[in-house]
Every structure is written in structure tokens, then in C-alpha cells.
Write a protein that binds this ligand. Sequence first.
Ligand SMILES: *Cc1c(COP(=O)(O)O)cnc(C)c1O
Length: 404
Amino acid sequence: MNIKSIRSQFPILEQKIHGKPLVYFDNGATTQKPLSVIQRINDYYARENANIHRGVHTLSQEATTAYENARTMIQNYLGAKENHEILFTKGTTDGINLVAFSFGELLKAEDEIIISAMEHHSNIVPWQMLCERKGCKLRIIPMDEKGDLVLDTYDSLLSNKTKLVAVTHISNALGTVNDVEHIIKKAHAVGAKVLIDGAQSIQHIQVNVQELDCDFYAFSGHKLFGPTGIGVLYGKEEILNLMPPYQGGGDMIKEVTLEKTTYNSLPHKFEAGTPNIAGGIGLGTAFEFLNSLDMKEVVKHEQELLEYATSELEKIEGIKFYGQAKVKTSVISFLIEGLHPYDVGTLLDKMGIAVRTGHHCTQPIMNQFCIPGTIRASFAFYNTKGEIDVFIKALNRIIPMLKN
Ligand SMILES: *Cc1c(COP(=O)(O)O)cnc(C)c1O
């Protein structure tokens, strides 16, 4: 992998922060954007802007084509059967809420939903709200001290009462890659549907929704080198067809009278109102960018970064890692004895290094470890071993400063 040429496509990586070259290790929160995505959005607004699915005029038709081509690009990348199984949303949170509200309408009291102990708040709260509305029960797959899910317990939670299993593919706080193939197979055996929170996956591993056989797959554009405010919910056609619309408005209708409305077909049934057109088109370009990479090389490089950073961090006295799962992506959560993560994060920033500190929207994980939060370094393919050296050197300067 030619990292230098890849880095040259990300203008922000040239930035200086407090006079120091930016070392961006907060890819779990959001990723940087390649020039192609930035230019595509710029071009859209400069030359093509119009509302879609409406006008007969040229610009409207061109904008519609560009937006729908992005949908097809994403369909092909994810290996979805149909283009209308790709629903544009605002992001992962929006996609999960869509399922919780719409699929949730098909559930009744005493039905059960299973999530795990390592979910992002976005994959906890919508289900708690659904359980309050409908009287459903929420069951939790536990996590062990290494950060792996206890799948034997999962198997015993499943029953014919289980209607939906919603789990994350990869943990944003710990990097754990969950055995979603097993989770999906077992859920289907009792007739339950499965939603995968894919917010941390597509940027790190190859994902094929038909091979996984998941029923829903939700993710955000901004975490895979695309714009903010746009994401995708993949859903199997036959299930989406059973589900009522989530929001009412323009574009989602077939015919409206003041008494009654009939709904549009997929995907429009779930896309009420003028969407984030520039975002959708920009997301298509982000997928084109992903397509230009060799995912095997990406995985290899990111694993090297993970191993190198872990072995260098291990040399630091008093360091404790959180999340040492069997299969992990390039996320390292840690604490240094006697130091507050916020202080470490603030001083790292002064040296140009961006890491995340806090609970990472996963308070139940922090509660299980009895800590308020961690320092999290999360790498993307554009990061380098040289940047890790800068990071380790910075930590070695900071630690004595904070201990005195
Ligand atoms: C970031 C993230 C979310 C939420 O994504 P938004 O873009 O904020 O909607 C959900 N789950 C996981 C695992 C995440 O990393």
C-alpha cells in the first residue's frame, strides 16, 4: 500500500495544530475526507444543484441521476440484491431509530429484543424506548473482561419470543470484531430478525450483506470517508415491505387526498422530504474511493499499526488496556495509572495529536470496567508507524509532567 500517495489525497493531513503536524488518531469518531469527496460536493453545489425526483428540467433530472447512481454504487459495494434495499438516512443513529419505530410497530407486549453489553448508546436507547412503548423485553448478551461477547449465554437467551437481535459488528470503544455470522444464524433459527450496527465496519473490513444474511445493516457516511448527515440503512426487501413508513411527507407518497394517503414503493416509502442530496452523492464518491483501495492491504496495514502501537504502549509503566478481544480492529483504549484521561488528551492536543477521551457513547462498557472513560487511539489506513512514534514520544513527555 502506497501510504504516501493515499495521504496526499487527504488535504487535512497537511494541517498543523498548535504549530505541530496533525496526528489524527480519532478515526473512531469520524474519518477525514479525500479530495474526491470534497470536490464532488463542491461541484454538485457549483454546477448541478436542484431538487430531485420532482422536476422535468435538466438540472433536476441530472441531480436525480447522480443521487440514484450513488445508491447503486453503494448497493454494489455491499452486495445487496436490490438497489431499493439501500435507504438513505442521516446516519447510523437515524437508521436504527427507523427500524425501532417502524419494525417496532410489528411487535407486541412480551416480544423480546436482544442487544449486547458493548453497544453504542445509539443501539441501546431506541430499543429501551420501544420496550417502553410496546411492553417488549430487552435482553442483554454479556461481555467478558477481555471485551468478547459471551455467545453461550446469547444462545440461551434466544427463544421463539425473540423478534429482533441488534448488535454491533465492531465495537467503537474496544475494537472487538463480533462473530456476527454466528449471531445471525442462531437468531434466524428461532425466526428472529437481525440488525447489525455497522458504524465501525465498512471502513475496516469487507462487508457483504447477502453473505452475512443480516436483515438490516446500518452505518454512517462520515465514518467511512464520506460527508456527515448522510448514512445508509440496508434492509431486506421483503421485511421493508412489511414495515409501515417511519415519517410522512413529500416523496414517500403515491397519492394524497385529505382523507387518505397511499405510500410510495421502496426506497421512497422510507425517505420522506427533500433528502441530503449533496451528502448522498458525496457518499457515493466515498464508496468509489473505497473501491479504489485493496481492502486486504487496508486490513494488513491497520493490523500492523494495531500491533506496533500496542507493543510500544506496553512499555509504558502503569498502562492498562481495555479490550483485548480475540479479533480486533485498529482501536486501542487505555488508561495510565494515576492520570486522568482528559488531562492526557488535552496535552496530546497541544502536541498536535488528536485522540478521544471519555466514555465513547458506551457508558455500560465503562460501568462494567468500573472506570469513567478511557483514552482511545483509533487508526485508519492513512495513519503511519511514524505517527505512532510521535504519539509514544509525546506520551513519554506528558506522563512525568502530569505526575509531578
Ligand atoms: C458512531 C457510532 C454510532 C452512531 O453513529 P452516528 O453517525 O452518530 O449516527 C453507532 N454505533 C457505533 C458502533 C458507532 O461507532
